[in-house]
Design a protein around this ligand. Structure first.
Ligand SMILES: Cc1ncc(COP(=O)(O)O)c(C=O)c1O
Ligand SMILES: N[C@@H](CCOP(=O)(O)O)C(=O)O
Length: 468
């Protein structure tokens, strides 16, 4: 299996190189040249299998022998051994046709753990084999950062720098990044929003001298391996609800478009998905794009679902590549327009192709609060604000013809203030996470400038080399 860049000007690579690259050298994102097909019999067999076995079946064709099967299976097993639920991603019914796929039973209580726990092991494995070190950078609106720090803390082959928007993440999210004491993990608080953090990360990848000097690698969903690990749970949920005989729909709380793109990939691989519904908060650039065909930035407003406060939705580029029939010139043109004017238009037939697989809806702050309250009253189920947005949007897109699965992306205890304000109930952190709330914090405050972040990383590298 080889991977190409959406912008068509970077080398075609195999799995392990793509894993370590993060962003392609032409600024694009890697995608597999072909979509492995899972037969109806294989999909049906997933219903009786463990999460780990399904994960191996889904992931192995993409790795394509670059990591030995035994090693891959061992890493998958290890990655999910620490999850709080034996099913890893259990499905819970909350209404006659509505299910929540709980993706938050990992160490940091968000869906990011599902991919990050595996990614950490895969990266360490490949770095070890190649006798290399990597400097990992990541931008977070709250959840990716904690999950990355948790997955890589103590790794001897990596230094991890996470950029987060100061004051715009929940206290639990911040503490997950600032309280680990291992020397190789670093939380950088930047003045600005998530989009500023993400563009600094992309800028560092495009500064080749810096990139090569520090051995830069990325753990945001620009890294294909993140998406890959997320494809698994679509198959797990589909098979549990009767696929391939029965079609299933998914509603996904969306920001950087990684999670829902994984659903699109599952569909490409043979999972009979009826609807893929994009759910946004009031930062609704994706819902507007689906409505109008025009991707147009209008600034970000802070909400009670901070992880979705995003305007530059990186993985939308992967969808544009697929929808244009992998037309790298067209993708480059749209991305250049976005960089220059903050908008671009998706022409037909690409727009029609997107609309044939996706629909979208938005949820206001008031609607988020009231769906949390209603769902607690009617189903005794406590939603976090991100999942609540998807439950709200799912209702409007559910015609009862197929089971509707909402991706439960975070545990309500990550956002206790918003949840309590909405319904009067304050969700508690699992006991093992409670000490973090009174532990010392360690973070570096930097201006939202690429040079400030690069200097900080290089200063650290120099200090490590000289043993300071
Ligand atoms: C809790 C939560 N829900 C939803 C999202 C959106 O996911 P994606 O960026 O993959 O679209 C995020 C952040 O990514 C998140 O942390
Ligand atoms: N919502 C995310 C933003 C980054 O997303 P990623 O999936 O591209 O890593 C977060 O919580 O940090």
């Amino acid at each position: 299996m080889k991977y190409y860049s959406t912008r068509g000007e970077a080398p075609v690579l195999g799995f392990c190189d793509v894993l370590l690259q993060g962003l392609a050298r032409d600024g694009g994102l890697y995608l597999p040249e072909t979509w492995p097909q899972l037969s109806p019999e294989t999909i049906a067999s997933f219903a009786g299998k463990s999460y780990e076995d399904v994960a191996f079946a889904v992931i192995q064709p993409f790795v394509d022998g670059e990591i030995a099967d035994d090693d891959l299976m061992a890493m998958i097993t290890d990655a999910y051994s620490g999850f709080r639920h034996q099913a890893v991603t259990p499905l819970v019914q909350i209404a006659p046709n509505q299910f929540v796929l709980e993706l938050f039973h990992g160490p940091t209580l968000a869906f990011k753990d599902v991919a990050m726990q595996l990614l950490g092991r895969l990266m360490d494995h490949v770095l070890e084999k190649r006798n290399m070190r990597a400097t990992i950078v990541g931008a977070t609106s709250g959840d990716t950062g904690g999950a990355a720090i948790e997955a890589f803390r103590g790794s001897t082959r990596t230094d991890v720098f996470i950029l987060f928007p100061e004051g715009r993440v929940s206290p639990v999210q911040r503490r997950q990044m600032t309280t680990p004491t291992e020397d190789n993990v670093h939380a950088l608080a930047l003045s600005g929003n998530f989009d500023d953090c993400q563009s600094i990360v992309k800028g560092m990848f495009n500064n080749f001298a810096f990139r090569d000097r520090v051995g830069l690698s990325g753990v945001n969903s620009i890294n294909w391996a993140r998406i890959l690990a997320q494809i698994v749970y679509y198959f797990v949920a589909g098979a549990a609800l009767g696929s391939p005989q029965r079609k299933v729909s998914f509603t996904v709380p969306t920001g950087n478009f990684g999670d829902i793109f994984a659903g699109f990939a599952a569909k490409k691989m043979g999972l009979p998905i009826d609807k893929l519904v994009v759910a946004t908060n009031i930062n609704d650039i994706l819902a507007r794009t689906m409505d109008t065909g025009r991707y147009e930035m209008r600034g970000v407003t802070a909400t009670t679902a901070p992880s979705m406060d995003i305007q530059i939705s990186s993985n939308f580029e992967r969808l544009l590549s697929e929808a244009t029939g992998r037309d790298a010139d067209a993708v480059r043109r749209m991305m250049n327009q976005l960089g220059q004017s903050g908008s671009f238009t998706i022409e037909e037939p690409a727009l029609g192709a997107i609309r044939s697989s996706f629909s979208a809806g938005r949820c206001t702050e008031e609607e988020t609060a009231s769906i949390i309250e209603d769902t607690l009253k009617t189903s005794s189920y406590l939603l976090d604000p991100h999942t609540a947005i998807a439950v709200h949007v799912a209702k409007a897109h559910d015609d009862g013809s197929t089971p509707m699965v909402v991706l439960g992306t975070a545990h309500p205890a990550k956002f206790p203030d918003a949840v309590e304000a909405a319904c009067g109930e304050r969700p508690e952190l699992p006991p093992e996470l409670q000490p973090m709330m009174s532990a010392d914090e360690r973070q570096t405050i930097l201006s939202a400038e690429q040079s400030a972040v690069e200097n900080h990383i290089e200063d650290h590298a120099r200090a490590v080399r000289s043993g300071v």
